[in-house]
Structure formats: structure tokens, C-alpha cells
Design a protein around this ligand. Sequence first.
Ligand code: GDP
Length: 194
Amino acid sequence: MHVTAARFVKSATRPAHYPAADFPEIAFAGRSNVGKSSLLNVLLQRRNLVRTSSTPGRTQLINFFILNEALSLVDLPGYGFAKVPLAVKNQWGPMVQTYLQSRPTLAALVLLFDIRREPRPDDLQLLDWLEQYQVPTIAVITKADKVGRSQWIARRKAIAEAAGLPVDAFTLFSAQTRQGCDELWERMQVALEQ
Ligand code: GDP
């Protein structure tokens, strides 16, 4: 997709503060440090529109962006960061579940996994909610450049098995080499057309 315009719209924690649901929407989620901001900046073709490595402990927000005045991309707060205060940690589940249930324009959620790590219980919890709320899931393995090419197939298989998803559901991605960017856009396009 050729991005001619990308803009941040607003941050919100609850539906009353979400921007109007004017465009089809795709959300992005993953553990803190998985590479979500980096991936979003690659997709948005902006160097730093999405802040990388948000400071843990800060209030967690849902950030809304609009592309080409046609598509809404949503950056959900990262999860699983050990140092986040319990009060902040406890807000994450209800905030994300409410978002998944209440956004009529949500076409799919892109769930990110780090190629070097196994999926954790909070990743599996999110997958359960996606199934429960019938949100189509696009699975991405980030930081593919961090391991040798010879390990790609084995890492993808291990992550897919632990996540309980088919291997071919996963796109291998790298923000550094931009590997997987076109494939991810294609998968998003398919989800938008459903
Ligand atoms: P977020 O917390 O999920 O938003 O993660 P960030 O996008 O801030 O990335 C966390 C760290 O991983 C940063 O130091 C990034 O530079 C690095 N990173 C993200 N994506 C990639 C990638 O594809 N390849 C490599 N080598 N590093 C990456």
C-alpha cells in the first residue's frame, strides 16, 4: 500500500473517548518490546510517528492513527512488562477486552511474536479473547533478522505450535530489512475485504 498521508488522531482508554468509527480498523498488539512500534512505523512509512519502547509505568493508552483518510490503525498498549505497577497491569485486560468488544469497524488484530521468544500465558489469553469476540487474527513474527535464516522455519513452527495456530498463519517480519511488509499488507487487505 502506498501511504500518502499518516496521522495520529488521539489516545483513549475507554469507548467514550475513542475517535468516531469512520474507517475500517486494524489493531496491533503484543508484549512490550516485541517490536510493535517499529513495525507500525514501517507500515505507516514514517520514521517516528509511533513512539518506540513506551516507558513502563506510564498510563497505558490506545493510540489511533489514520492512513490515507481511509484506514484506521490502532496501537494497543503492550503487555507483559515485569516492572509495570500492578494497578496499571490490572487495567490492561479490561481496556483491551472492552476495545475488542465495542469497536464495530475492527476488521482484524495483528498479534506480534518475537522470533527469539516462546509465546507466554498473556499472549495465549489475548488469543482466547480474539476467538471469543470473533476478531480475525493476523499473526506476525517480528525481528526475523535477529536469527539466522536457517532458523526461521524451526522458530516459526515452535511459535505456531505454542500459540495453537497454523504455521502458515504467520508472517515473518523485520523492521530492519522490511522483510514481510508486503505480505503483511496483503493479509491486512484480505481481512479488510471480508
Ligand atoms: P514495542 O515496545 O513493541 O513498541 O517495541 P519497539 O518497536 O520499541 O522495539 C523494541 C526494541 O527492539 C527496539 O530496540 C527496536 O529497535 C528493536 N527492534 C524492533 N523491531 C526490530 C527488528 O525487526 N529487528 C531488530 N534487529 N530490532 C528490532
